[in-house]
Ligand binder design. Structure first.
Ligand SMILES: *[C@@H]1O[C@H](CO)[C@@H](O)[C@H](O)[C@H]1NC(C)=O
Ligand SMILES: *[C@@H]1O[C@H](CO)[C@@H](O)[C@H](O)[C@H]1NC(C)=O
Ligand SMILES: *[C@@H]1O[C@H](CO)[C@@H](O)[C@H](O)[C@H]1NC(C)=O
Ligand SMILES: *[C@@H]1O[C@H](CO)[C@@H](O)[C@H](O)[C@H]1NC(C)=O
Ligand SMILES: *[C@@H]1O[C@H](CO)[C@@H](O)[C@H](O)[C@H]1NC(C)=O
Ligand SMILES: *[C@@H]1O[C@H](CO)[C@@H](O)[C@H](O)[C@H]1NC(C)=O
Length: 488
């Protein structure tokens, strides 16, 4: 027993002597009233992952207070005074002695930023290992304010986007104005949940720029990449009466990661590659032309591999609303139904459904969702309601095939594209449109096929004749052939 104790004490002593870094770091992740962080000083989280301090972004000379990854000081994930930069290095972050607020003071004592947290006498500030700057009551340990509740352009593991339906608190990401200016830029990344089927939308001011597609129970339908990293970074979507949120966590030992909205409106999931000291892109959205919101308009279908048709086509049973505009690549007006639906709504309907396989499901803003019924019941419900234009499963099943739940679209089908591991959409069409697709692709095939086969036969015959003649020439005049060959 004694021996064990001694060994432990020696080990502890050795640890203390050999790891001054760990101890100073441990001491510098917190500060309280009366203490401060000046420009040039930093606060480092206990494990060393995150650093809080002053910085100047890009080519700017202005000073901002922010939090960044210690291994990559360019990777700023939160900025306090994004709209009120300081002009010099006289800034200081203090915990106000009267209110217990965070105050960022400039050289002349002006307040560049404040946390506006509840008035509390005994507070302590801590930069947690997660990258969260927390102000808590030293006695009750309740959190008074945290930077995770005030996201900048970055979503870190443990953060959330979405809404607390009880308090009304909402969390979303806002892009920087430029790499030199962290003030709010033109893009916002918001969790939309009008249908209680969350999907993440990138807004460019008041217009949708890019959708991830609805949550399918495992990933956002248009982001199949997530299936490759969900093991290290499990995604969490909550849709309850108290909150609709999306966030992710990091498995212990997983590499560092962040999701960033760039000033140019590109969302990236970046993962730190320690061996090369670089951030690797695991996902990027928009990924290609087809991710541009509403690229092919209502009832259009975007195919990123169909360069020959300028990526846009119409769903079966539909044709371009304006062929001249379509020719001019103005495809956002979309497509028009060829034959009106013939729906009586009492079981005598002659309409049917055509299956559109492997798509990012259309915008669900005006869709209705019922996760409690099966896809078969969904078909029956859509069939019986003349305003239902399309339906799909709300959740996919493990190992593909079928699914459960029900999404019903009664308005335009917008922002549809083919995507890897996509879902099945059932589109209502008049009986006459159900049989063979009348799309231009098929029209060309049916017109050209007989012509092509005739040409083919002629070519084969010509080839046979030429070969036969050559063969005879070669055997008859072999010396001429060998003389000719270097030239040819
Ligand atoms: C910051 O703290 C130092 C002592 O650590 C003190 O001398 C200085 O006045 C403080 N600055 C402010 C603005 O509170
Ligand atoms: C905060 O508390 C201090 C004393 O505890 C008081 O003097 C001050 O007026 C309070 N401020 C607010 C905004 O309530
Ligand atoms: C229902 O079907 C019957 C024929 O079976 C038809 O006479 C009637 O008009 C239909 N009702 C509606 C509302 O379409
Ligand atoms: C419309 O449906 C009715 C049965 O409900 C059928 O008699 C009629 O032929 C259909 N019309 C067309 C154009 O398909
Ligand atoms: C949903 O409905 C609103 C109001 O009618 C309309 O402005 C909007 O474009 C619709 N969204 C979609 C995706 O159809
Ligand atoms: C048909 O669907 C629409 C939209 O979901 C709904 O408002 C309407 O009540 C439905 N009609 C019937 C008869 O179920």
């Amino acid at each position: 027993m004694m021996a064990v104790n001694c060994t432990l004490q020696i080990l502890l002593l050795l640890f203390i002597l050999l790891s001054p870094v760990a101890i100073t770091a441990g001491a510098t992740d917190t500060f309280s009233k009366g203490q401060n962080v000046t420009d040039g000083e930093t606060l480092v989280s206990a494990g060393g992952t995150f650093t809080l301090g002053f910085f100047s972004p890009g080519a700017s000379a202005k000073r901002y207070l922010g939090i960044w990854f210690s291994v990559s000081s360019d990777a700023v994930c939160w900025v306090a005074n994004c709209e009120h930069p300081l002009d010099d290095t006289s800034g200081v972050l203090v915990v106000a002695s009267d209110t217990g607020d965070f105050l960022l003071l400039g050289g002349s004592g002006e307040v560049a930023w404040s946390s506006n947290s509840p008035n509390t006498s005994s507070v302590e500030a801590q930069l947690q290992e997660s990258g969260n700057l927390v102000l808590h009551d030293q006695r009750s340990k309740t959190i008074l304010w945290q930077s995770f509740d005030h996201p900048s352009n970055t979503l870190l593991p443990g953060m959330k986007m979405g809404k607390n339906l009880w308090t009304g608190d909402e969390w979303y990401l806002t892009s920087w104005r430029s790499p030199d200016d962290p003030s709010p830029g033109g893009y916002r990344r918001v969790l939309e949940y009008t249908t209680r089927l969350p999907e993440v939308v990138l807004w460019q001011r008041d217009a949708k720029a890019y959708r991830t597609g609805p949550w399918n129970g495992r990933w956002f339908n248009g982001v199949p990449e997530a299936s490759t990293y969900a093991h290290d970074f499990p995604l969490h979507v909550t849709a309850s009466t108290s909150e609709v949120t999306y966030g992710y966590t990091a498995r212990p030992g997983a590499p560092l990661t962040r999701v960033v909205v760039s000033d140019a409106g590109v969302v990236r999931r970046l993962v730190w590659d320690a061996s090369t000291s670089t951030w690797k892109t695991f996902f990027q959205g928009p990924r290609d032309v087809c991710d541009a919101y509403g690229k092919c308009g209502a009832f259009g279908l975007c195919d990123a591999s169909a360069a020959s048709s300028a990526f846009c086509g119409c769903l079966q049973g539909f044709s371009p609303a304006s062929p001249p505009a379509w020719y001019m690549r103005e495809t956002s007006d979309g497509c028009r139904r060829n034959v009106p639906l013939n729906c009586s709504g009492n079981g005598t309907a002659t309409d049917g459904f055509v299956l559109v396989r492997g798509v990012k499901l259309p915008d669900t803003q005006n869709a209705s969702v019922d996760t409690s019924i099966s896809t078969e019941e969904c078909r029956a419900r859509c069939s019986a309601n003349c305003s239902c234009l399309a339906y799909a499963s709300a959740e996919i099943r493990e190992g593909g095939g079928g699914g459960s739940g029900c999404i019903i679209w009664t308005g335009d089908v917008v922002d549809l594209r083919y995507v890897d591991r996509g879902q099945d959409l059932y589109l209502r069409l008049a009986e006459s449109e159900l049989a063979m697709p009348k799309s231009s692709k098929f029209a060309i095939v049916t017109v050209l096929a007989p012509v092509a086969s005739v040409i083919g036969i002629i070519l084969v015959l010509l080839f046979v004749i030429i070969c036969w003649r050559r063969k005879h020439k070669i055997s008859l005049h072999s010396s001429k052939f060998s003389y000719d060959s270097p030239v040819s």
